[in-house]
Write a protein that binds this ligand. Structure first.
Ligand code: FAD
Ligand code: UDP
Length: 368
């Protein structure tokens, strides 16, 4: 192990750093406690032959051409623009809220200027904007907040909008036009042969070894790596010294419908006000696969279980900052990724953070 760099976690953060360092001539051991690579982006064919995302829908989108190009070394792409409907008052309406959402919900016939004027009238100006409630009330006002955001957020996070930082709800814009795409990024696509295949190619390098079903906690005392890159939860690394950092979890209920070619009209339908699940995703919309049946997933938020989401609110950020100070003082270890940096990162942001970390590690090892 003396000259080997240890990477804890085979998701985007760990695998991108591994590839970059391998190409710079370093030897790497990548471990993951799960029985597979690709982290939460893992996809697989289910028992019926439909390509599904085991840990919920993963739609790649970015405005960063360099990140898209970097990943393109390991995959071709299937172009896909995600669309989402929210079931509200017995109708399925576009979310993000757009012109058609308002016209159909309220039986109006507004043009774009009419939408701007309508929102101007109903919105509740907030200054400063600190919480997710401020964001939503400031842009769409009370009624739309209750119908589209309050219930969904309560289910997803177990918290009120007012208890979450502004960045959570700020992910969802409001539009006066008819654009019904969930994302407006320049690059929107899924890896043509799936995420797992992309990761297989990324990790396929003579300098990289991968060991699955291996928990860092079980081996950390035994190894003496030249450097460690840790992408798991930061509080676990430090044995919860400052208390647990809350991460929100989900239970995924996968289902295959063999006699149904299409279950719903778009990739995802959100249920802000009904049911224990937040949303249902039908994978074939996103992957473009042809199949006589279809596979869907329902997401049930929960407090316990695998950590999926950092929970952005000031008290958690304060605790994270305590851990971050320890991390910065930890010799020979780099912390990167959604769990290790406690950031509500999308995949492209994790790739960006990992490329940056790899550059820093290369420089540091060259100066050793
Ligand atoms: P992870 O993918 O979580 O990888 C970390 C890995 O470390 C895991 O495999 C874990 O098993 C391993 N690990 C942790 N601790 C240990 C240990 N002690 N020992 C060994 N291994 C360990 N992003 C988008 O851009 N678009 C989307 O549409 C999208 N949808 C999402 C939907 C859901 C339901 C979720 C949960 C996330 C979604 N994301 C999406 C975010 C995306 O999943 C993350 O940005 C990305 O996967 C984070 O990569 P990572 O490597 O930081 O973490
Ligand atoms: N949100 C909501 N209603 C919706 C969609 C989103 O209230 O119909 C809020 C909710 O708080 C959610 C956040 O906006 O957690 C971010 O939504 P996004 O779809 O980006 O969540 P993710 O895909 O990361 O789970």
């Amino acid at each position: 192990m003396k000259n080997t760099i240890l990477i804890v976690g085979a998701g985007f953060a760990g695998s991108v750093v591994a590839r970059e360092l391998a190409e710079a001539g370093h030897r790497l051991l990548v471990i993951d406690r799960r029985p597979h690579i690709a982290g939460n982006a893992y996809d697989e064919y289910d028992a019926y032959g439909v390509l599904i995302h085991r840990y919920g829908p993963h739609l790649f989108h970015t405005n960063a051409e360099c990140i898209f190009q970097w990943l393109s070394r390991f995959t071709d792409w299937h172009d896909y623009e995600h669309r989402v409907l929210a079931e509200v008052d017995g109708q399925r309406l576009p979310i993000p809220i757009n012109r058609s959402t308002l016209n159909r919900l309220y039986g109006l016939d507004l043009d774009e200027a009419g939408v701007v004027a309508y929102l101007e009238q109903v919105h509740e100006p907030r200054d400063p904007i600190r919480t997710s409630e401020d964001v939503v009330l400031n842009s769409v006002g009370h009624d739309l907040c209750e119908k589209f955001f309050r219930g969904y957020t309560r289910k997803q996070w177990g918290l009120d909008l007012s208890e979450l930082s502004a960045g959570v709800a700020a992910r969802i814009p409001t539009r006066s036009n008819d654009d019904d795409r969930y994302f407006t990024d320049v690059f929107q696509a899924l890896p043509k042969d799936g995420y797992t295949r992309l990761f297989e190619r990324m990790l396929d390098h003579p300098n990289i070894s991968v060991r699955l079903n291996t928990d860092y906690a079980a081996i950390r005392g035994q190894l003496k790596p030249r450097h460690t890159v840790y992408t798991g939860p930061i509080d676990a690394y430090f044995d919860y010294r400052f208390g647990k950092l809350p991460y929100r979890s989900l239970r995924f209920e996968h289902e295959h419908l063999s006699d149904t070619e299409w279950f719903q009209p778009v990739g995802t339908v959100n249920y802000p006000n009904d049911h224990a699940y937040t949303r249902i995703t039908e994978f074939k919309h996103a992957t473009g696969q042809t199949h006589p049946g279809t596979s869907i997933v329902r997401e049930y938020p929960q407090a316990e279980g695998d950590p999926y989401y950092p929970i952005p609110r000031p008290e958690n950020e304060a605790r994270y900052q305590q851990y971050k100070a320890l991390a910065e003082a930890e010799p020979g270890v780099t912390f990167v990724g959604r769990l290790a940096q406690y950031r509500y990162y999308n995949m492209d942001q994790v790739v960006g953070a990992a490329l940056k970390s790899a550059e820093m590690i290369k420089e540091r090892l060259n100066n050793d």
